[in-house]
Structure formats: structure tokens, C-alpha cells
Design a protein around this ligand. Structure first.
Ligand code: ADP
Length: 212
């Protein structure tokens, strides 16, 4: 489970009881609330899963002392690149700036990754790179993207198991829109996905929309 949860009034009451009397058994909490243990079971498991309470066998429930924000932060760190990445759009070294523009429109992306004949990452080409080339005097149909792209080793990359939060930070720090998700292949990197500002926005929405 990811995100903060809104506690209902019974869950809030349970939390207060555990704060005051914990460690306390489920049975004793139920008694204080004049409810059965079975009625409380779903609330106790929600509070435990969300990280507000911890349960120890033969001891009972105790309050973890974590605030909603702390729990949100912990849960945010659990979001991984692989759960939000999109399919990468790649072009091969030597393709023209003109074809790169066409590819961006057809594939509906703002960033292309340039790979060599072995499929290894050698460059990144963004909308602005292509706009900059378009205001020059060059003939776009004969201008290879290699001349205008950002090249290795200056490419910001990430791995599929990286925390999404770290990648989001890099997008902001480096003022870029997309980061290739790569895996090592021989002496280089193969592109297996991409993370864009849109993916980070999707992650935010998925947290906000999640029930409980
Ligand atoms: P836009 O051109 O639409 O503003 P970006 O902000 O992503 O898009 O690109 C800004 C510059 O950063 C471009 O020159 C681009 O080549 C470069 N760039 C984009 N993504 C990366 C990346 N992952 N690593 C290194 N440089 C990048």
C-alpha cells in the first residue's frame, strides 16, 4: 500500500487507545471499545499495514510513533522506476534531424534515444535540440542527429530498480524532461525504458487516487 490514508473515527479511537495503553492485545482494545475482536480485525490490519501500528506475537499492538508524513515518505521511496517507466523510442545513429522530428510526431514523444548499430546508447535528442538545428542554416534532411544530440558520457541514466523519487530529483536538478532506463550490455548500456515528467505525474496521481 502506498500513500497516506484517511482514518475513520473507529481507527482513530484504536490509535488513541494503543498510544495510551500499548503494548495492548486486540482483545483488550476490543473490550475498551465494547466491540468484538472480530469487528476490530479489519481496522487493526489497516492500521498495521499503513505503518501506524506494529504487532508483536504474545505482546500485542504498539504505536510506531510515525506521522502520516513519515509514512508517506517511506512509501514514496518504495515506488520503483520499473513500475512507472514507459516504452523508449530509439533511433539509430546517422538518422537525419528531419527523420527524428517525424519520429517524435509519429510516436508522440518529446525525447528520442540514439543507439549505435549494436543497440547501445550513444545520445539523447530533445525537442529543443531539433528546434535549435531548425533555426540554423543546415539542411535537416541531411543533418545527422549525431551532430546535435547530447552524447555519452553526459547522459543522465537510471536503472529499473532505482527509486522513482531519485529519478524525479534528477529530472528537476538537470532540467531535463526524460531519462533513459538502461541495463548494462557489454561495455555500454541498452535502453529498456524511459522515465519522463509525465510518468512522475502519473505516480503522484496513482498515490492520490488509491483507496486506503
Ligand atoms: P526540451 O528540449 O524539450 O527542453 P529537455 O529539457 O529534456 O527537453 O532537454 C534539454 C537538453 O538536455 C537538450 O539539449 C537535451 O539533449 C539534453 N537532455 C535531455 N535528456 C537528457 C538526459 N537524460 N541526459 C543528458 N542530457 C539530456
Amino acid at each position: 500500500m502506498v500513500g497516506t490514508i484517511e482514518l475513520n473515527s473507529r481507527q482513530q479511537k484504536i490509535l488513541n487507545i494503543v498510544k495510551e495503553y500499548g503494548p495492548i492485545t486486540g482483545e483488550s482494545i476490543a473490550e475498551k471499545l465494547n466491540l468484538t475482536r472480530a469487528t476490530l480485525r479489519p481496522d487493526l490490519s489497516i492500521l498495521t499495514m499503513a505503518g501506524f501500528l506494529d504487532a508483536r506475537p504474545r505482546v500485542g499492538y504498539f504505536y510506531t510513533g510515525k506521522t502520516g508524513n513519515q509514512l508517506l515518505r517511506e512509501n514514496l521511496r518504495k515506488l520503483k522506476v520499473k513500475d512507472f517507466q514507459s516504452i523508449p523510442v530509439v533511433v539509430t545513429s546517422g538518422v537525419s534531424a528531419y527523420d527524428a522530428i517525424v519520429t517524435m510526431f509519429l510516436e508522440d514523444v518529446g525525447t528520442l534515444f540514439v543507439v549505435d548499430e549494436d543497440g547501445l546508447l550513444i545520445g539523447v535528442i530533445s525537442r529543443k535540440d531539433l528546434l535549435r538545428a531548425s533555426i540554423g542554416k543546415q539542411e535537416l534532411a541531411t543533418l545527422p542527429v549525431d551532430i546535435i544530440m547530447t552524447r555519452m558520457p553526459n547522459i543522465t541514466m537510471c536503472k529499473k530498480d532505482d527509486p522513482l523519487l531519485d529519478v524525479a530529483e534528477k529530472l528537476i536538478e538537470r532540467q531535463i524532461d526524460a531519462i533513459p532506463v538502461v541495463k548494462e550490455k557489454g561495455a555500454g548500456f541498452e535502453v529498456i525504458g524511459r522515465i519522463t515528467k509525465t510518468n512522475v505525474t502519473e505516480a503522484l496521481v496513482s498515490i492520490g487516487r488509491e483507496d486506503g
